[in-house]
Design a protein around this ligand. Sequence first.
Ligand code: ADP
Length: 214
Amino acid sequence: MNIILLGPPGAGKGTQARYLVDTRNMIQLSTGDMLREAKDSGTEMGKVVADVMARGDLVTDEIVIGLIREKLEGDKAGGFIFDGFPRTLAQADALAELLEEKGETLDAVIEMQVDDAALVSRITGRSTCGDCGEVYHDQTKPWPADGKCSVCGGTNQKRRADDNEDSLKQRLMEYYKKTSPLIGYYYAKGQLSSVDGLGEIDGVRAAIAGILDA
Ligand code: ADP
């Protein structure tokens, strides 16, 4: 089963994707994570995308489609979760073609709905464990006082360079201009389901499970 998690920055796509990886043996394909890895490893492509990402702009379709194409060549386990991809109509068309080439289907597109006010507070307080990827939030789930990640014991707390108010404004603008049209696109294709992303993490998990198991 292959699915897309669609929603603005901070909607909780990454959190839900991690859970699906753990419980359904799916493979998370996060273009944001792939681009951050490229940036950290200092490759040519990483240098090109670093400023674009820090500003909150979108990286070119060509680059991200190339990244996804490579990953589709590998193991598909329980299926792919596309997280943060597609983000433009051109990417959506490219994904449809890639899946068709591989004889794969797109089984669900899950839109996670959250209002903008919640996004600002979610994102500006966010940090993650650099070792295991666990997500923390200054108000709702603070990094443990002993300095150690509660999951893996690592001490490498990370904040993203683009998790600040200015970049977030630009990321939201990009989302509304370029990504939100995908909601209509997938609705028209009969593939869209929506969940309320504002509730508790467990409630959102249950809503997503309801869609996947329907
Ligand atoms: P978020 O959903 O929190 O904004 P991501 O980690 O998905 O964060 O993406 C971070 C940044 O990486 C984006 O702001 C953009 O610059 C770049 N990026 C990620 N995925 C794509 C994509 N599919 N197309 C273009 N740019 C992307």
